[in-house]
Design a protein around this ligand. Structure first.
Ligand SMILES: Cc1ncc(COP(=O)(O)O)c(C=O)c1O
Length: 481
């Protein structure tokens, strides 16, 4: 149903206005979703007029809704769609529509969930999602968690908690360990948490790009001998580059022995735990003192949903709780946590609904199926690319990311430069969108599968595009498979 061409909608909308407004948006969303499969994976043309229109200040009197939606939808078609079926770059965010609809309701209700007493049942909905997440990793009852805006803030929240528990107010000589393949948000968290740059020590990785636990143990011992204060190690459950899984049981044993806080960054890999294969491969996460999850990755939710879990819930609370006289009327409900006491936010949006509604509406099996499919597709991509002359696929994927590169014996003078040209050719297809990284000093392309709209047909098409691009770039010289 198209909204009537009205200007200056009142701020206080009546039922018919609400339905017209939401209906017009829903119609646009439905059309966008229907067109996603055939839309180009990237489009940067004609940005100028759209950027100018986007920058226009709001008018004194309102403008027609359809004009505004026209601009938004034209804008949404630019750049790259990180939830489209051809998007296999970075770590995708599928963005299921049921979650967006839940979010509309959550924002429409606009209930305050920082303090449970303000909306006990809605806060309870959010707490239920967090408890379910904690249960996936076998965290005990006293654990607590909070939904935050993403993995970076989850890593920050965990770092602040570990810092408070293990270092108190004296940060001198603090040392935090993360593998050289860890996500940069860990170092950023350390910086924002007030630690100096040299507090972060990068632990070398093995050939499979997993943290070398012997190197970790040696670095911790060396730092202790030097009078420094190792306090935290971060293991990664699914590195961004290749989905490598750090050896968490070994790392946990080292942390126990040395009194370090073990944080596991499971932003990418955590929800693979829902699958049988993922559960088998991610053993050891349950030993963590704190865990980062990113529902806007592995649970396919729209951007803006991260999660941090802390085994000792009091540690999370002690690190974040402050008293304020102007909040003295708000009573502690007991049972339902006050999220404002467990994170840096006081006012916060009601993030629980965007996770709770899809989980209950579709059921957990629907999410498990997508993650299983992503694992299958990644294995298929690995095997298919291993057959492409001139390319090598050095790491069998443990999750859904596959790294590949131009072989040094592919017959080109500069294999890394050829890799960069290969990426440009592939992305120029506008049917598949990949990204690159550098691993062990080598330019490496990545395929990362984590969108529920991506299936075998698009993956086969992507492999064909990569094969054709490799043939065009490397030519007949790339005779080696
Ligand atoms: C392993 C890992 N940790 C943390 C992050 C940061 O998460 P966010 O982008 O949600 O802040 C990412 C993002 O890709 C990641 O892959």
């Amino acid at each position: 149903m198209a909204a009537p061409d009205r200007r200056g909608w009142p701020l206080e909308l009546g039922p018919a206005d609400i339905e017209a407004l939401a209906g017009a948006v829903a119609a646009r969303l439905a059309a966008f979703e229907a067109g996603r499969a055939e839309a180009p994976t990237t489009d940067m043309e004609g940005l100028g007029p759209l950027l100018a229109a986007a920058a226009a200040p709001p008018p004194e009197a309102g403008r027609p809704l359809e004009d505004l939606l026209d601009l938004v939808m034209a804008g949404a078609a630019k750049g790259f769609d990180t939830g489209g079926p051809g998007f296999m770059a970075y770590v995708p965010s599928g963005g299921i529509v049921s979650s967006a609809v839940a979010e509309m309701l959550a924002l429409g209700l606009n209930r305050y969930t920082g303090i449970a007493a303000a909306a006990p049942v809605l806060a309870g909905i959010e707490a239920g999602v967090i408890d379910w997440c904690a249960g996936l990793f076998g965290l005990p009852g006293p654990s607590r968690g909070v939904l935050v805006s993403g993995g970076s803030i989850a890593n920050l929240t965990a770092t602040v908690t570990a810092r408070t528990r293990r270092l108190g107010d004296d940060l001198a000589g603090a040392r935090l360990y993360v593998s050289a393949q860890g996500h940069h948000s860990v170092a950023k968290a350390a910086r924002v948490a007030g630690l100096p740059r040299d507090a972060v020590r990068l632990v070398p990785v093995d050939r499979a790009l997993r943290m070398d636990p012997d190197a970790l143990a040696a670095m911790v011992a060396e730092d202790r001998r030097a009078g420094l204060r190792p306090f935290m190690a971060v293991g990664t459950c699914g590195t961004t580059n290749t989905g490598a899984l750090d050896p968490l049981p070994e790392i946990a044993a080292i942390c126990r022995g040395a009194g370090l806080w073990l944080h596991v960054d499971a932003a990418y890999g955590g929800f693979f735990r829902l699958t049988e294969r993922g559960r088998a491969r991610t053993g050891g996460v349950e030993a963590a003192d704190s865990i980062t999850l990113d529902p806007h990755k592995g649970l396919l939710l729209p951007y803006g949903t991260g999660c941090v879990l802390v085994r000792d819930g009091d540690a999370l609370r002690d690190a974040h709780r402050m008293d304020a006289t102007y909040l003295q009327d708000l009573t502690d409900l007991g049972g339902v946590p006050d999220f404002a006491d467990h994170s840096a936010e006081l006012s916060r949006e009601f993030r629980g609904l965007r996770a709770w509604l899809p989980l209950h509406l579709h059921g957990v099996a629907a999410f498990r199926a997508v993650l299983d499919e992503s694992l299958d597709l990644a294995g298929h991509v690995h095997d298919a690319l291993a057959q492409v002359p001139g390319l090598e696929v050095p790491w069998r994927p443990e999750l859904s990311a596959v790294g590949f590169r131009v072989r040094t014996d592919a017959g080109v003078a500069d294999p890394d430069a050829a890799g960069a040209r290969l990426l440009a050719r592939i992305n120029a297809s506008r049917r598949v969108f990949l990204s690159s990284t550098v691993i062990g000093g080598r330019y490496t392309l990545r395929v990362c599968l984590l969108v529920h709209r991506t299936h075998r047909d698009r993956v086969d098409e992507a492999v064909g595009i990569i094969r054709d691009a490799a043939r065009a770039e490397l030519g007949a010289r790339a005779g080696v498979g």
